[in-house]
Design a protein around this ligand. Structure first.
Ligand code: NDP
Ligand code: 8X3
Length: 249
């Protein structure tokens, strides 16, 4: 049985992916900062697969390396890494954006993804196999008004994904990115700092993607034969044509 480590498994895309992976009999290391949510999910899934919880902030590099280094023997071999943890914080013009928001996005979406990858890549190299999926965004392919630093963080994920493909190529490690458009999760509630009325507006008047839609695609990607690597994938709801073009009723 394979083992997957999923960051950001307490909510949205990461949580849905953990559930779908359990259906595919993939053992799980589920990560996030909210321990109660991790425990609840582990209790739900541990009748199907082995589940280990890791509660840490991806921005805290010592924690990241400590947690991954000290995994119990049964979870020490990681076959699949889903680099999913991340969020947008704020939606402001660059000239009035909050430096704290910028730090949070760069530190979690970019540096956190790098720390987790750095802790796991040597294991995959030693195993001579592994599969890394980086969750980017359409915001990593385009920029949109007021998206500035979030877009920059996801452009960085796009660049890191391509770089990983090149640098890990000699080691037979599969690397790919999935770049969703609008997915209804806790994402907008976090972006708007708990203003759920504003968050709900984002998904009104069209059918947004669900976390389950992305999880099903991730499951498809990880269940291809080893010689098949889905390297880069943009996924929109049908109503969306770009970051700024969404057909709403
Ligand atoms: P959610 O807010 O529902 O989930 C975000 C997850 O990331 C949570 O589990 C959260 O866990 C975790 N997380 C955030 N910051 C940290 C941190 N510093 N340390 C550890 N974990 C962290 O949003 P989504 O599921 O939508 O987002 C998942 C990914 O998908 C993100 O990278 C996002 O940028 C990307 N994405 C989302 C889209 C959307 O429209 N929703 C579209 C394109 C990409 P906890 O708070 O417990 O730590
Ligand atoms: C999340 C989608 O359009 O808000 O990455 O940037 S968007």
């Amino acid at each position: 049985m394979k083992t997957a480590l999923i960051t950001g498994a307490t909510s949205g895309i990461g949580k849905a992916t953990a559930k779908v992976f359990a259906e595919h009999h993939i053992n799980l290391i589920i990560c996030g900062r909210r321990q109660e949510r991790l425990e609840r999910l582990a209790n739900e899934l541990n009748t199907k697969v082995a589940v280990h919880t890791l509660c840490f902030d991806v921005r805290e590099k010592e924690q990241v390396f400590d947690m991954i280094k000290n995994l119990p023997e049964a979870f020490a071999t990681i076959d699949i890494l889903i680099n999913n943890a991340g969020n947008a914080h704020g939606l402001d013009p660059i000239q009035t954006g909050s430096i704290d928001d910028w730090d949070a996005m760069i530190d979690s979406n970019v540096k956190g993804l790098l720390y987790v990858s750095k802790a796991i890549m040597p294991k995959m190299i030693a195993q001579k196999s592994g599969h890394i999926i980086n969750i980017g965004s359409i915001a990593g392919k385009e920029v949109y008004p007021n998206g500035n630093v979030y877009c920059a963080s996801k452009h960085a994920v796009d660049a890191i994904n391509k770089s990983m493909q090149i640098d890990l190529n000699p080691y037979d490690i599969k690397v790919g990115a999935i770049h969703p458009g609008l997915v209804e999760t806790e994402f907008s509630s976090i972006r708007f700092k708990g203003d759920d009325r504003r968050a709900d507006e984002v998904y009104k008047g069209f059918d947004p993607l669900t976390a389950q839609d992305i999880a099903d695609i991730i499951a498809f990607v990880v269940t291809r034969p080893y010689h098949v690597n889905i390297a880069d994938l943009i996924v929109f709801p049908t109503a969306q044509a770009s970051s700024t073009i969404v057909k709403k009723s």
